[in-house]
Design a protein around this ligand. Structure first.
Ligand code: 5GP
Length: 188
């Protein structure tokens, strides 16, 4: 059986990665499995443990790092985020295409280990629009919003590390584009 693809999607906080993903995730022809990350950040309203993230403590996260249980991990605006290694290889060996939605430092760690990963960076139509989207979420204090915006500026400078850049002006169009990129790579 052909090994599944490792697909990395990055993009600044608030760009709408989750919304775009929801449009293509259920397309069975893409044979996608979403890798659920571990994080020490608190759940946002509506987020479920084991579905959106595995929510954990700093101690447990550090223990997972020590034991080598994470494919990559990074600190982002005061919290840890990481990809549990166990499922990724198993699913790929079953022919599934595994999708990681991770920030830029983690993406660099993964591409060093797996240079053939398919990397996609989602950009906003403008930085003003990005700020509007982050503020529209209304879930975080101003200090955190500022940190996320500063981080977004830094992340946008790294777009050229990615194989594909997709603009999320319209989430359905962005999703269609990503689907077609994945399909093309499945045929290679
Ligand atoms: P948020 O707090 O908005 O859910 O996520 C913050 C950032 O962390 C986003 O850019 C998201 O893609 C990234 N992220 C989520 N899970 C992981 C992970 O497992 N590893 C890394 N490196 N970044 C992650």
């Amino acid at each position: 059986m052909k090994k599944g693809l490792l697909i990395i999607i990055s993009g600044p906080s608030g760009v709408g990665k989750g919304t775009v993903r929801n449009y293509f995730m259920n397309d069975e022809s893409l044979k996608l499995e979403y890798s659920i990350s571990m994080t020490t950040r608190l759940p946002r309203q509506g987020e479920k443990d084991g579905v959106d993230y595995i929510f954990t403590t700093k101690e447990k996260f550090e223990e997972a790092v020590q034991k080598g249980e994470l494919l990559e991990w990074a600190e982002f605006v005061g919290n840890y985020y990481g990809t549990p290694i166990s499922q990724v290889e198993k699913l790929r060996n079953e022919g599934k295409n595994v999708l990681l939605e991770i920030e830029v430092q983690g993406a660099t760690q993964v591409t060093e280990k797996c240079p053939d990963a398919l990397t996609i960076f989602i950009i906003p139509p403008s930085m003003e629009e990005l700020e509007k989207r982050i503020r529209g979420r209304r879930s975080e204090p101003e200090e955190i919003v500022q940190q996320r915006l500063a981080k977004a500026d830094k992340e946008m400078k790294l777009v050229n590390n990615y194989k594909y850049i997709v603009c999320n002006d319209d989430p359905k169009l962005a999703a269609d584009l990503i689907s077609s990129i994945i399909k093309r790579h499945m045929e290679e």
